[in-house]
Design a binder for this molecule. Structure first.
Ligand SMILES: Nc1ncnc2c1ncn2[C@@H]1O[C@H](COP(=O)(O)OP(=O)(O)OP(=O)(O)O)[C@@H](O)[C@H]1O
Length: 208
């Protein structure tokens, strides 16, 4: 169970907090959806939960354990908005093994299977994939690290209708094994697969 209690983020440079007293709980194998307009604090929120940035106050925990930012980096796998812009491997095998040269071909194959890309040769360049396939690859890059929770920033942004549908279907499948926390400005296809939904506005969250 992921729990977040009174999480706030107030960098010294800003007159008001970016995130204020955010609290939520998300059970394993659930998909939590946080919906909010541009600038409401969604990406900042995921940066806190993924341990990429230090919170000002509050608790983030898994089970009964409160976790510090460096521990959250092991707990969570963050898929950035437009993750395809960050690909740097020259082929699928390289992309999936970046930073993890110990991963076996079997593990690589399993990760690709999970996201429905196992039919592609490992020598395929990530840049030759379709938009939807690139999003799937970005998910596999995180899943291969076996995180406890998968964090997704605007997973359907920039995809056409059919690719958004396919991605939502994939996330619904992944939810059978993983816990997912998704932030988006456009709930669209994601709403029907969400177990819990929150609205975020000006750094404050409320359950809907
Ligand atoms: N370290 C920081 N210092 C100052 N301002 C910050 C900092 N981090 C975030 N902000 C500001 O906080 C606000 C929320 O940003 P954030 O990127 O989290 O919003 P968002 O909901 O993800 O928006 P978008 O959907 O457009 O990406 C923005 O106005 C941003 O400039």
């Amino acid at each position: 169970m992921l729990y977040i209690k009174n999480l706030s983020y107030h960098p010294p440079a800003t007159p008001t907090p970016i995130l204020s007293n955010i609290s939520l709980e998300l059970a394993p194998q659930q998909l939590g959806l946080v919906v909010g307009p541009s600038g409401s604090g969604k990406s900042t929120f995921l940066e806190m939960v993924s341990g990429l940035a230090e919170r000002t106050s509050g608790e983030i925990g898994w089970g009964s354990q409160v976790l510090e930012a460096y521990e959250l980096q092991y707990l969570a796998g963050l898929v950035f908005q437009f993750p395809e812009r960050h690909f740097c491997g020259s082929n699928l095998l390289e992309e999936l093994r970046l930073g993890h040269p110990e991963l076996t071909s079997e593990q690589v194959k399993r990760a690709l299977e999970e996201v429905g890309l196992d039919h592609l040769p490992l020598s395929t360049s990530p840049h030759d994939l379709s938009g939807g396939q690139q999003r799937r690859l970005a998910l596999a890059v995180q899943l291969i690290r076996q995180p406890n929770i998968l964090l997704l920033d605007e997973p359907t942004a920039g995809l056409d209708w059919s690719m958004r549908q396919q991605l939502a279907k994939l996330l619904a499948k992944l939810k059978q094994h993983w816990t997912l926390l998704v932030v988006t400005h456009d709930a669209g296809e994601l709403l029907p697969i969400a177990d819990q939904c929150w609205q975020i506005e000006q750094g404050q969250i409320r359950k809907v």
